[in-house]
Design a protein around this ligand. Structure first.
Ligand code: FES
Length: 105
């Protein structure tokens, strides 16, 4: 459904800078990435073989999948390094005080 509604995904304090953090928003498994000055959201699962990117680690603005080391730009979801071929879906994020809001529509 595409209605542009933002819903609370997490407290900002629960998403440490540089640590991929899993959340469930409206039944969708997402990963939140705190870059310090901004927060970004993508699907949690790697597009290569459906493995959680929250088991991986961040290198600057990228998240590295621990299974076969594909990497993605967390700001856009774009593939940076193979073997993944398909970009992650990314979602709009707002930080409102202590809350992280995501639009999963
Ligand atoms: S499952 Fe992520 S790179 Fe293969």
């Amino acid at each position: 459904m595409s209605d542009g509604t933002f819903v609370r995904a997490a407290a900002l304090a629960d998403v440490p800078e540089g640590v991929p953090t899993p959340v469930l928003v409206n039944g969708k498994r997402l990963a939140l990435f705190n870059l310090g000055d901004t927060v970004h959201a993508t699907d949690e699962m790697c597009t290569h073989a459906d493995y959680s990117l929250c088991e991986g680690h961040m290198e600057g603005c990228t998240v590295v999948c621990p299974l076969h080391f594909a990497s993605f730009d967390v700001r856009t979801g774009a593939v940076v390094d193979p073997p993944a071929c398909d970009d992650l879906t990314s979602y709009p994020v707002k930080v409102d005080g202590d809350d992280i809001l995501v639009s999963v529509s």
